[in-house]
Design a protein around this ligand. Sequence first.
Ligand code: NDP
Length: 486
Amino acid sequence: MPVTPDLTQPKPMLIGGEWVRTTDATFESINPATGALNFRICAADDSLVDHAVGSAWAAVRNPVWRDQLPHQRAAMLRRIADGIDASAEKMARLQMLENGKVWAECKAQVASASATFRYFAAVCETVSGEVTPSRGNYLSMTKYEPYGVVAAITPWNSPMTMEAQKVAPALAAGNAVILKPSEVTSSTALELGRIALEAGLAPGILNVLTGLGTTVGKRLVEHPGVRMVSFTGGTATGRVIAHIAAEKLIPVALELGGKSPHVVFADADQEAAIDGVIGGIFEGSGQSCVAGSRLYVQKSIAQSFVEKLVSRASRLRIALPDSQGAQMGPIATFAHRSRIEAMVDSARAEGCEVLLGGHRPDHESLAAGAYYLPTILAGLKPDARVVREEIFGPVLCVLEFEDEDDLVQQANDSVYGLAAGIWTADYKRAWRVASRLEAGTVWINTYKQLSISSSFGGFKESGIGREKGVSGLRLYQQAKSIYFGM
Ligand code: NDP
């Protein structure tokens, strides 16, 4: 019988349906809202990575899983979704303790995770293979098969949604999964493992390996038994993983960083645009891959628009994440806050103007946490470090543009291409500019709307491959063509 993790001891990891403890190798989960210790968590070593890969292969070859029909796998995914819904409060609380996101956002992310399992259940039992046009006396068809064992590696900013986004389609496709969550947010992944086991998922089909990325994550990607890697995280890590995958000749899906342009034309509904820009950068304390971190305002309205924006942003409520009406919680870790501070210092050194924030809040109740004020920077050169590099924090860079051509040139002058936003009353211009921007997602007169039924991924150094949508299932399958002689 699986043992329920005990919060008074280091949390064990899930391998082959068993909760496995390490005796000495553990690491800490810290609450960024208060600096308090949340949990201690067991860290895997190389032998546990081997054990997880071996268990996953045994499980995926077992007829109990291998012979399940799509509608049966779909029923399993729906049971997991039910389990997530039943544990919604607990999962939301675990995420809030570990990454400090405000309560309303944590709740919404749990709901999104269960909806993702339901979506891929529907895809799993309705998507079909193809009977292909015959060029002779045969019947030819293409069917889609799982890779076998897939590694899913996730970041700390939105762990539940990212984990659901990878685990649900990978299971729907018939694989076994080894999930390696960020060391900052292990608990929701462990909870997902418990829910899947209790829903009746065969032992070894979902394994959760906890530990550090540079050891456990790297070893997992290198392991000869891992046939596909699905990764969300920073571009530098993505590049390391892509190199290993190239050596092994295995497919990878990489959802990486961004530096998304958020564009306001002079004819935009300015009130709506201000709300969109503020939500686009400050929600989740800016720790979002699609954060609209480069604001481009048309010159003719720039001064008045930015004044209103600064005034509105200065009223954001930064508070303990479970306090009533909190709009921004802490940064997810103290180390990450230091990185954000260093980036803002670099902008100061390059002569920028700090229009808002640029330091920690001085309120006593927030002194022990990793808080950082909403920050707006202006007077930046296009090659300033804060304009070019992802900060992944509540820092907005304000830039100006003359016309469409100038805007497109500036907005596309980035190694990233994850998302973009456009505010304008002219739908023809919206279409023209959206078509010219190099980004995997473009929002027009809205920002950060995301649907599991639309594909998601990046242009340029923001990634390779597309998750979500019906084709999100195919990411975890390989095509096989079969010919019947007639
Ligand atoms: P990292 O790239 O540092 O880490 C992501 C995951 O990879 C973590 O689980 C980490 O483990 C693991 N990892 C680290 N090094 C290795 C390695 N050498 N081999 C295998 N795994 C490794 O990113 P962050 O967690 O800091 O997340 C923030 C980044 O994620 C941002 O750049 C952001 O833009 C990006 N992101 C992209 C999204 C997208 O969809 N495009 C969505 C959300 C975030 P550990 O934590 O233990 O180090």
